[in-house]
Design a protein. Sequence first.
Length: 140
Amino acid sequence: MKEERGITLVSLTVYIIVMTIVIGVTAFISTYFYKNVDTVTDKLNPLEEYTKFNSYFSDEVNHAGIQVLECKDNYVIFDNGMQYMYVSENKAIYRNQVKICKEVTKASFTHKINNAKEIIEVSITLGDEPARIIEYTLKK
């Protein structure tokens, strides 16, 4: 009887061919995946950016007894030290020094009193979307 040791040259060739096919398919799929990841991350979702800004700003104005110290066209400062500022050069809105909203075409803040209620009106334009005007009423 003949003893069988190791693998034959034919089986080694088959293993190499199969591994080459598997590596080639994996490389093709991963290349396609990474090309699509770049195109997906470049697109702006205006609703997502608006929601981020709205959640931060709503939380701020809903604190009881909050007061507006200063309000100009591109920024508003509250008495708790929070400042929301639109920087046109960066096309972004910052909360203190942290960017919370990007690709903002235009934003403005207006402080007014209506029927004994303090209101901050925010006009925000994101990308090519039409301007959104929101009125936030401060809690007493």
